[in-house]
Write a protein that binds this ligand. Structure first.
Ligand code: TRP
Length: 447
């Protein structure tokens, strides 16, 4: 079953950078900090760590195993591993459809981000008064043309990389961008924590407040862990199918997970101390990045202009490597069905840009079309579909795949030792992860 005629990543390092590029995105820099603050800081962090390392990382390992074992996309991998139950392929297809929806909404927010990067560079953002950012954002986000132009620009960059190919496009860009991103983030952290009054922001992020950690918060932690690691939808099955034969899957999964986790925490450290030091209060959702942070940048004086450029550049690049993975998974799907890579990438891009444009037009108070598409997609992709897909994936891995196949893949056909770590993760995949996912799902539906 393991054929190697397909293109793939050239090295484990490249593969880790590409998968970390997929994982690190708007979810880390934009979503994690405010969710963490909202649901009790350190208390939320404890639950989040558990979900990330004991469920998210298990899923990543599982998807890599399924992908490398079959060298197929989710649409065919499940049924190839379980030919007597071909209906399993619907799990893969549901994941890919979910990825399509995620990509649409992701493009809308990435478009905003690219626009804000552009406005930072040209100085437009700096010329808005501190009380004017809310109106500025609402005016922009609900206008008919400009957001869509930026969505299209961003998507064009994404598609170019995907068309360039797995190793020559995705791997190369990720190896370049990921280290650069970490440098930018560390610089922002240093500026933020050295501001006077920064400690209130650190406290907001880390001080545990167990009263704020509600059932809803626990659900949010799980959703965030899955989204942030890009797992559950089969995107990592596609990246798994590109892994080098000698890659140590569990070890790579661990590095990617550690990297994703620390970048999320560092983003909080970059954002909240500065927000509190400038006398602002953190808000959630788009408000934080597009309305509160510009005020913070303006209050920093001369350097604020540069900080603003760096921040929005960071966010744009992080979003880019994530969007690439979503587009790649969908492109690989059509590619597998016999369509050329270029044609598949263009076809998916054209269809997703339509959905993204509609979502953009239905955003905000001044919305131009009354579809409620933005809110609908946000709910669907943020709360419901990912845990369902994730549960079915882990159920398949733990209970329907052959144990020997899994251990063979994790040990690289017996060349690596099957130690406690691998056995422990297999145990998590069989018992802990499915039970935890099911519990949270049921609680979510009942609640
Ligand atoms: N993980 C990315 C983020 O944190 C988003 C993302 C990229 C994603 N690819 C995915 C989410 C696949 C789910 C599935 O922003």
């Amino acid at each position: 079953m393991t054929t190697n005629s397909k293109s793939g990543f050239n090295s484990s390092f490249g593969a880790i950078m590409a998968a970390a590029g997929s994982a690190v995105g708007l979810g880390n820099i934009w979503r994690f900090p405010y969710i963490c603050g909202k649901y009790g800081g350190g208390a939320f962090l404890l639950v989040y760590v558990f979900f990330v390392f004991f469920i998210g990382m298990v899923l990543m390992m599982s998807e890599f195993v399924i992908g490398r074992r079959t060298r197929m996309t989710p649409a065919t991998a499940y049924s190839a591993l379980r030919p007597q139950r071909p209906q399993w392929r619907w799990v893969g297809i549901l994941g890919l459809l979910t990825s399509f929806l995620i990509l649409a909404i992701y493009l809308v927010i990435s478009g905003w981000t690219l626009n804000y990067f552009w406005e930072s560079v040209t100085g437009t953002l700096a010329s808005v008064s501190n009380t004017g950012f809310e109106a500025h954002f609402n005016h922009f986000a609900s206008s008919p043309v400009r957001p869509i132009v930026f969505i299209a620009l961003f998507l064009a960059c994404t598609a170019l990389v995907v068309i360039a190919g797995v190793d020559k496009g995705i791997e190369r860009v990720s190896k370049l961008l990921m280290p650069f991103l970490v440098v930018l983030l560390v610089l922002l952290c240093i500026r933020s924590v050295t501001l006077e009054g920064a400690s209130a922001g650190i406290a907001y992020l880390f001080q545990p407040d167990f009263t704020k950690l509600t059932g809803e918060g626990i659900l949010a932690a799980l959703g965030q862990a899955l989204f942030s690691l890009s797992v559950g939808m089969g995107v990592m099955i596609v990246y798994g199918s590109y892994l080098p034969v000698d890659d140590n899957i569990l070890k790579s999964s661990m590095w990617i997970t550690v990297c994703d986790f620390f970048i999320a925490v560092l983003s909080g450290v970059a954002i909240f101390p500065a927000v509190f030091a400038c006398g602002q209060t953190p808000t959630e959702g788009p408000g934080l990045v597009y309305q509160v942070l510009p005020v913070v940048f303006n209050s920093l004086g001369g350097i604020g202009h540069i900080v603003s450029i760096v921040f929005f550049l960071l966010l744009t690049l992080a979003a880019l490597t994530s969007a690439i993975s979503l587009l790649e998974a969908l492109t690989a799907w059509l590619n597998e069905r016999g369509m050329k890579r270029v044609v598949s990438a263009l076809l998916i891009s054209l269809s997703v840009v339509v959905l993204a444009a509609l979502a953009s037009l239905s955003f905000g108070d001044g919305k131009l079309c009354d579809l409620h598409l933005f809110d609908f997609l946000d709910k669907l992709t943020g709360a419901y579909l990912p845990p369902i897909c994730a549960f079915l994936t882990i159920l398949f891995f733990g209970w329907f795949m052959k144990k020997e196949d899994i251990l063979d893949e994790l040990s690289n056909h017996g060349t690596l030792k099957v130690g406690y770590f691998k056995v422990f993760y297999y145990f998590l995949a069989r018992f802990v992860a499915p039970l935890a996912l099911l519990t949270v799902l049921v609680a979510g539906i009942v609640g």
